[in-house]
Every structure is written in C-alpha cells, then in structure tokens.
Design a protein around this ligand. Structure first.
Ligand code: GLA
Length: 416
C-alpha cells in the first residue's frame, strides 16, 4: 500500500528534469489512514509534574503505541500514533531547526519514531504554516525546507500542517510548496492539510482540486469537541448536498476529507451515539484517528472501534465517500457504494422522542435495482437479515441511534 522510496525518487527526478511543479504523488493513503492522535483528548497538557500520564510527552506516545500494538489495533490497520501541538521548545536551535522539548521528550523524536517502529507503529507530527502553531510554538514559515528535512531525518511518517497565524491568501501557494518539500526528502510522508478549513472560515474560495493534488487528507470544518452536538454538526456539514458536490466527490484513493478525530471512548457519547460516530466516519471514508485513552478504554468502545465489518466499509478499495440519500422528520438514510457492487447503508434516528422509529431504505434510491433480490446484513449485529425486494425497514433507536447495513444483490439476480 505504501509507496516505495524508489517510486518517490522517480517522481522527484521527473520533477527535476521537466522543471514542472508536481503534485504530492507520494502513493500513500490508498485507503483512509488509521491510528491515534493526541489533540482532542490530551490537548496541550504540559503538566508532566502533576499529570505525568497525560501530559504531551514521549511517555504518552509510547503508551499509546504499546496499546495499539498489544491490544489488537495495529492488526486492524490502526497503525499510526500522531503528536499534535505543543511538542517543541519555543525557540529553534542555532541552525534554525525545530527542537523537541527536552524535558518532555528527553530522547528526541527520532528515538520515539524508532521505538514505535519496533511496535509496528508509525509516528506522525504536527506543524503550522505560519509564524506560530495555534498553541504558540514556532511555525514553519521561512523554514519549510529545513522542517521537511528535519521530519524526514527523524523518520516521521505523517505531518499535520495547521494554518494558525498565517495569511490565508498565501495558502494556495504555501501548502503545495510544503508538499513538494516533503516529496523532495525522498521519505514518503503522509500530508494532512488544514488549508481548506482556514479558507472556509475566512470566506476564501476553496479549490479542492488543488488541495487534492497536494494533500493526502485535509480538514474542511470545525475542530471536534467531546460532545454529540459537535459530532452531528460535522455529519450535517458533510451531508449537505452542496458540500458533497464541492468536496465529497473528490475523495478517493490517496485523498480523503478529514472530519477530525473519533471521540468514541471519551466522556460524552452514549453507546448509540458512539456507534453512530464510528458508522458515519466509516461510511464517509474518513481518516480514522481515535483521540481517546487507549489505556483505559471501555470494552464497549473498543468493540465498536474494532468492528471489522464496519472497518471494511471505511477501507473499501473503491474509496467512494458516502452521502446522504434522504432526510425526513428526524430520520436519515445514507449510503456508500462499494467495490464489490454492494452498498453500505446507515439508517439514522436523530429524534429525541425516546422511542425507536421504523426507518426504510428503498433499494432504487441507493443505486440497486428496485426488482432485485437483495440480501441484507446488519454490520453491528453481525447478522444476515434475509433477502428483500424493493426496500428493507427496521427499528432504529432514538437520540442518534444507527443501524448499519450492507446490501448485496443476490448472485444470478438482475445484474447491476
Ligand atoms: C487547531 C487544529 C486542531 C489542533 C489545534 C492545536 O485548532 O484544528 O486540530 O491541531 O489547532 O493547537
């Protein structure tokens, strides 16, 4: 799945010889990347004296890497641990290089990457195109080449590039420049861009074709918070047909819209809402970065996040981002076409009336022939529900509950 170094070098040589600007083209993220990211849960906790288990330090990232590899996560594809803001010192060194805070990262980032690699886990890091990161640490402006080389020399495998303290009008040039600098290091580094979100916030037109040419994943919308409201506001933004037209259709192997981290396993979501966030992130072909405490996660949350049938929808090689099919009185139907011509479906009950609702999916509305015999599988219950023609309907719990299905036309039936 990953590009070989040779592939990257060929791309670099082609760029050098033709003198043309090239896209990022790093061969990474052919399916949505998966792993763990510090920000939503651990923020900028610097208090290693009184809060040693939770402060932003090498211990936190090693702990999470260990959990990923020992608790069955890496074998499901959750193989990245990502540092977010607040990792460096406030000053660069005499050569202008970024330096990891020596008290919190006494062995340095390269050592951390090596330790994680031994566990089968890749390390990601965070920077900001601007004078400062959002948390006030040194930004990459004026140091793009040095920083790309530093990250490559530290054996970092992913870079999240934020956009605080930066001129939004310069982003269409700056983000590609950073992508090209990463490419030139010869190390395949997954490139995560906050570029379109800053354009959205400032009312600047967003050129998603350009974004997809240079970034593997990109943020489009608000930072996720530990609340159901935050989750459904993001889903609503992605469900808006205008937005699906603008950016949903652009998703595909190598390029994914990033609705921000999974908060399943944190404090706010009910069991039903946790299933819903995970179902939607999988249906929307979103990067799956958990921001939770894997050392203390409940069995319930772990079972949701490790559901292989739902994960397979996220990782489907066709790479289509799912979309909203219909909305009616607090219920919604969404779908995602899959490589094997099946269709994944979410039935969603947003009503707060306290009772389940019956929700139906009509097969012709999700791209299947109305007259076909369709087998229906429930991906959370792990159960075949039988064969149906025309539609399937079932009870869905309220207050954000979902039923997630896979619909497959029976072999030998009306070909699609
Ligand atoms: C911005 C980003 C967040 C996080 C913080 C760090 O708000 O959108 O994801 O990286 O900065 O300060």
């Amino acid at each position: 799945m990953q590009a070989t170094l040779r592939y990257c070098v060929v791309v670099m040589l082609a760029a050098t010889f033709t003198g043309l600007a090239v896209s990022l083209n790093n061969g990474l993220a052919r399916t949505p990347p998966m792993g763990w990211l510090a920000w939503e849960r651990f923020r900028c906790d610097l208090d290693c004296k009184d809060d040693p288990d939770n402060c932003i330090s090498e211990k936190l990232f090693l702990d999470m890497g260990k959990r990923l590899s020992e608790d069955g996560w890496t074998k499901l594809g959750y193989d990245r641990v990502n540092i977010d803001d607040c990792w460096p010192t406030k000053q660069r060194d005499a050569e202008g290089r970024l330096v990891a805070d020596p008290e919190r990262f006494p062995h340095g980032i390269k050592w951390l990457a090596e330790e994680l690699a031994k566990m089968g886990v890749k390390l990601g890091i965070y920077e900001d195109y601007g004078n400062y990161t959002c948390g006030g640490y040194p930004g990459t402006l004026g140091h793009i080449t040095t920083d790309a080389q530093t990250f490559a020399s530290w054996e970092v495998d992913m870079l999240k590039m934020d956009g605080c303290y930066a001129k939004v009008s310069k982003m269409n040039a700056a983000y590609p420049e950073i992508g090209i600098a990463l490419n030139k290091t010869g190390r395949p580094i997954l490139y995560s861009c906050s570029w379109p979100d800053y354009e959205r916030v400032t009312g600047t037109p967003i050129n998603y074709t350009l974004v997809a040419q240079y970034c593997n994943i990109w943020r489009n919308f608000n930072d996720i918070q530990d609340s159901w409201q935050s989750v459904y506001t993001i889903i609503d933004y992605y469900g808006d047909p205008k937005n699906y037209e603008a950016f949903g259709k652009i998703a595909g192997p190598g390029n994914w819209n990033d609705p921000d981290m999974l908060i399943v396993g944190d404090f706010s979501l009910s069991f039903e809402q946790s299933k819903a966030q995970f179902a939607f992130w999988c249906l929307m072909a979103s990067p799956l970065f958990m921001s939770n405490d894997l050392r203390a996660i409940s069995d319930e949350a772990k079972t949701i996040l490790q559901n292989e049938e739902v994960l397979a929808i996220n990782q489907d090689p066709l790479g289509v981002q799912g979309y909203r099919v219909s909305q009616s009185g607090g219920t919604e139907v969404w779908c995602k076409p899959l490589q094997d011509k099946s269709v994944a479906v979410i039935l969603w009950n947003r009503s707060t009336g306290g009772m389940h609702r019956t929700i139906a999916v009509e097969f012709d509305k999700v791209g299947l022939p109305a007259t076909a015999h369709v087998s229906v599988r429930d991906l959370y219950e792990h159960q075949d529900k039988g064969t149906f023609t025309g539609f399937y309907s079932t009870f869905v719990n309220p207050s954000g509950g979902v039923v997630m299905l896979k619909l497959t036309v029976k072999a030998g039936d009306n070909a699609l």
